[in-house]
Design a protein around this ligand. Structure first.
Ligand code: SAH
Length: 429
């Protein structure tokens, strides 16, 4: 039953994807005619002809932009199938109806090129900035705001950061947008806490973009590849934004993780929760929980939920999110997930379902061994990297757990990345 429904959805998405690609082809033709250019950099006519985005090759953020979307999906499907062969069935990947401008978080590095302030992305493996004005993946409003900020720098005499000399104030701009709420956060990452004419700058930016709901100054004065530093100051608004997913409201601060593609995330989480087959009585762990998204959405269907997360800011957001959504059967712990689970296993706790949603590096043997001791009936693994997923499934198998099915979701169109939900069951249940 369920499978049929999923198949239909998959087919519908594929058909729409083809349509979307047609639309993309049209855009491409117009671009080739020279009416649009989407970067500040001068590009050769040849490159313009080849790509939907003139800087895609140098930026490296969307390796598959010029591959038709349905083919991208086929390739991702094949990739997941290849890696999970021998573990379980892989269901058809769920793609996007409109696979453009899906990113709700946009980051731009600021610097200098030939004496001019530029903003964009670092060329892969370097610290050379590739200027970007408009990106096919990023939220368009966020790109506009970044462009506005770049345009304001001269009149406010704000120098952008020069990595070689270490001079300059503005290093990065980060924009996060709640697609469901419309709330927008702008983070100005500076090398110094002293920001001349800060108030006027904020006022002028808000005037140009009244839709901005909060502005933060983040201090990053270190030689590091991290975008955000530790200290920050709220210059306007609440210092965080909110978004809604699967009926819950989530508070997102500058540093906490939040999925970048909320449209697909809703489908992904719905699948993860469906796979857990909760009845209302279970004790559930949401490991690598971030701001508590999966656990909070599951809480209404579970007895109690325990969230564990390493990032302190995200934990704080999670606690607040529980309050906002009036959810009282969830507790959050600030800890390493492996260490926490080992502690739970040593204390002989009883757990029925474990969700885990680790970073690209995957989970750890320590974590999986502790799960095997805790012996939950079901484990739902949400993975953003099928390679580490396959590696971890092997460890689960060694611990007496069997993968029952894998459901890939395209959360990152035009890139090589793919997200997968896997239901893993204890063998003797
Ligand atoms: N489930 C959340 C977050 C997933 S991203 C969501 O969907 O929004 C992965 C999360 O794992 C991040 O929030 C990161 O801070 C956290 N993390 C990374 N290493 C960890 C570790 N060793 N222990 C616990 N959490 C960790």
């Amino acid at each position: 039953m369920q499978e049929n429904r999923r198949k239909k959805t998959g087919q519908k998405d594929f058909a729409k994807n083809r349509k979307t690609h047609k639309k993309a082809e049209e855009i491409k033709k117009v671009r080739e005619g020279g009416r649009h250019g989407n970067t500040t950099g001068k590009e050769s006519g040849e490159n313009m002809k080849r790509s939907l985005c003139p800087v895609s090759k140098r930026c490296g953020g969307c390796q598959m932009l010029d591959v038709p979307y349905d083919r991208q999906l086929q390739e991702k499907q094949k990739n997941v199938e290849g890696l999970l062969k021998g573990f379980c069935r892989v269901y058809p990947i769920v793609g996007m109806e409109d696979p453009f401008h899906y990113r709700n978080k946009v980051h731009a590095a600021f610097g200098y090129k030939k004496g001019e302030a530029v903003s964009g992305v670092y060329r892969e493996g370097t610290h050379e900035i590739v200027p970007v004005e408009r990106c096919m993946l990023e939220d368009e409003k966020a790109d506009q705001i970044i462009g506005t900020i770049r345009g304001m720098l001269k009149s406010f005499k704000i120098r952008t950061y020069d990595e070689e000399t270490g001079y300059g104030l503005l290093r990065h701009v980060l924009v996060k947008r709640g697609f469901a709420t419309g709330q927008i956060m702008v983070v100005l990452v500076t090398t110094s806490p002293i920001f001349p004419s800060r108030n006027n700058f904020v006022k002028a930016l808000r005037k140009k973009h009244p839709e901005i709901t909060t502005i933060i100054q983040n201090l990053n004065d270190r030689f590091t590849s991290m975008v955000l530093g530790e200290r920050e100051k709220v210059l306007y608004g609440k210092g965080y934004i909110e978004d809604r997913l699967c009926g819950c409201t989530f508070r997102i601060s500058s540093k906490s993780f939040y999925q970048v593609n909320p449209v697909q995330t809703e489908k992904l989480y719905a699948k993860a929760i469906e796979a857990a087959a909760l009845t209302g009585k279970e004790t559930v762990i949401d490991a690598y929980c971030g701001i508590g998204t999966i656990g909070l959405i599951a809480a209404g269907k579970a007895g109690r939920v325990i969230g564990v997360e390493l990032n302190q800011d995200a934990v704080r957001d999670g606690v607040q999110n529980a309050r906002t959504n009036k959810i009282s059967n969830i507790q959050f712990y600030h800890n390493d997930a492996g260490r926490f689970m080992t502690g739970m296993a040593q204390d002989g706790e009883k757990v029925d379902v474990v969700f885990l949603d680790p970073p690209r590096s995957g989970s750890t043997e320590e974590f999986i061994r502790a799960v095997a001791v805790l012996a939950p009936d079901r484990v739902v693994y949400v993975s953003c990297n099928p390679e580490t997923l396959a590696r971890d499934l092997k460890v689960f198998r060694g611990g007496g757990y069997q993968a029952e099915g894998a459901w890939p979701y395209d959360l990152f169109p035009h890139t090589g990345h793919v997200e997968t939900v896997v239901l893993i069951q204890r063998k003797d249940t």
